[in-house]
Structure formats: structure tokens, C-alpha cells
Ligand binder design. Structure first.
Ligand SMILES: [Zn+2]
Length: 101
């Protein structure tokens, strides 16, 4: 998977289209990511103790990596990721500015 935790991404599909946010979790097995504040779903939380009220909280639901585009930290543009190998090391590069990201 070309994105990882901590990457800033642009949402290109769905109800949060056009927003930018940070990946808080990558799930490479399912090609999905959790993005901070994006694709929120309501979740009911049970009260932990008797007498306490249950709560409804918004938590991000996993979304498909095809719905996001990485934002290059070097040039600030939404871009695609390429790879460049130097010896044993495989670096991610921005396809727009060609810098290692
Ligand atoms: Zn760039």
C-alpha cells in the first residue's frame, strides 16, 4: 500500500470529498485506511458503570484507499506516489516534484 499512518491526504470521493486530513491507521490487508475526522460513523458506547449514561460518539470508519490521494509534504500538491530504489532501499517519491516523501 502506498500510504501509511501519518500521511496527509485529500479525500476525492464520498461525502467528505475535498477535505484534507491525516491517516490515523492503515489497514494494508484490506486496502483501507482510517482518516482523522473523515467518514464518521455514529457508535453507541455502553455505560461503563451502573448509573452512567451511554453515549453516542463519532468515530472514523475505514475507507478505501482509492478514495484518497496523498498530499506531498514537499510540494503540497495532491499527488500519486512512485517508488525509487537506491540499492536496498525503496523510497517513496512524489510523482509531481520527484522528491522522497
Ligand atoms: Zn511533491
Amino acid at each position: 500500500m502506498k500510504v501509511k499512518k501519518g500521511d496527509n491526504v485529500l479525500i476525492i470521493a464520498g461525502k467528505d470529498k475535498g477535505r484534507t486530513a491525516k491517516i490515523i491507521k492503515a489497514i494494508p490487508k484490506e486496502l483501507k485506511v482510517l482518516v482523522e475526522g473523515i467518514n464518521l460513523k455514529k457508535k453507541h458506547v455502553r455505560p461503563k458503570r451502573e448509573g452512567e449514561k451511554g453515549q453516542v460518539v463519532d468515530i472514523p470508519a475505514a475507507m478505501d484507499v482509492s478514495n484518497i490521494k496523498i498530499i506531498c509534504p514537499k510540494c503540497g500538491k495532491a499527488t500519486r506516489v512512485g517508488y525509487k530504489t537506491e540499492g536496498e532501499i525503496k523510497n517513496r517519491i512524489c510523482k509531481k516534484c520527484k522528491q522522497i516523501i
